[in-house]
Design a protein around this ligand. Structure first.
Ligand code: NI
Length: 182
């Protein structure tokens, strides 16, 4: 089922998330719905707050990125109760966008490599290290669980520049081809 994507201005995007307990909901169905929503919106990551749920869960899908980032093609999975436990001093700069902030893309500087601990949909724990664009997707989605959006991390000058765009999104003056809620 395709779910509406909550846009900038929705309070849930600024609310701290809670751990997802095994058995508290049908996590496999929710993850399937989030993947379906993500595919329909042609995005590469979606976090639970973006569909109105304040829980520690996000999904990634790099299959749309094949030409530009071939190593991301098979990067399709869910991260439950994740915790970034290490990050590199070395940084990288990428232009980011977000399904909750349609029409905005800005350069963001973040650690190039991160190590994350998380549970899969069977609630088994994993620890993995990601670098470059995979690390970028993971950090962007992880930020959503910490009540951040990517424009929090851009320079003050650029933030001033996108301020009116953000206000318009919050007021519902936006057009997206996917289903959304403002
Ligand atoms: Ni986002």
């Amino acid at each position: 089922m395709i779910l509406p994507i909550y846009l900038y201005g929705q309070p849930v995007l600024r609310k701290p998330t809670e751990d997802l307990e095994q058995g508290s909901l049908d996590v496999k169905q929710l993850v399937a719905d989030m993947h379906e929503t993500l595919t329909a919106a042609e995005g590469c990551g979606l976090a639970a707050p973006q569909i109105g749920k304040s829980i520690r869960l996000f999904v990634v899908d790099g299959s749309e990125l094949g030409e530009e980032y071939p190593d991301c093609v098979d990067f399709k999975q869910a991260f439950i109760n994740p915790e970034i436990i290490d990050e590199s001093d070395e940084t990288a700069t990428y232009s980011e966008g977000c399904l909750s902030l349609p029409g905005i893309s800005e350069n963001v500087v973040r650690p190039r490599t991160i190590t994350i601990r998380y549970q899969d949909t069977d609630f088994n724990w994993h620890e993995e290290t990601f670098t470059d664009f995979k690390a970028r997707i993971v950090q962007h989605e992880y930020d959503h669980l910490e009540a951040h959006v990517f424009t929090d991390r851009i320079s003050p000058i650029r933030r001033q520049f996108v301020k009116s765009k953000l206000t318009n999104i919050a007021k519902g003056k936006t057009v997206s081809k996917y289903k959304y809620k403002h």
